[in-house]
Design a protein around this ligand. Sequence first.
Ligand SMILES: [Zn+2]
Length: 67
Amino acid sequence: MKVTNLKNCYCHTCKKAFHCLGIARHRTKHKERQESCKTTYTNGGTSKHDYAETDNQQPKELIKLPQ
Ligand SMILES: [Zn+2]
């Protein structure tokens, strides 16, 4: 089996590996859906991000383009 260092970040919530550059984007996806997620980064550190029911919750239709 060929070892690759490209996907060395991991989302425990989705049980999927991600590229170190892709994990931030993936985390944003969880944030947008107001889901908590737990991710492990390249340096081996694991962070839990709790995006559910935050105080500064933004309305879903927050972007209104000028007519
Ligand atoms: Zn995930």
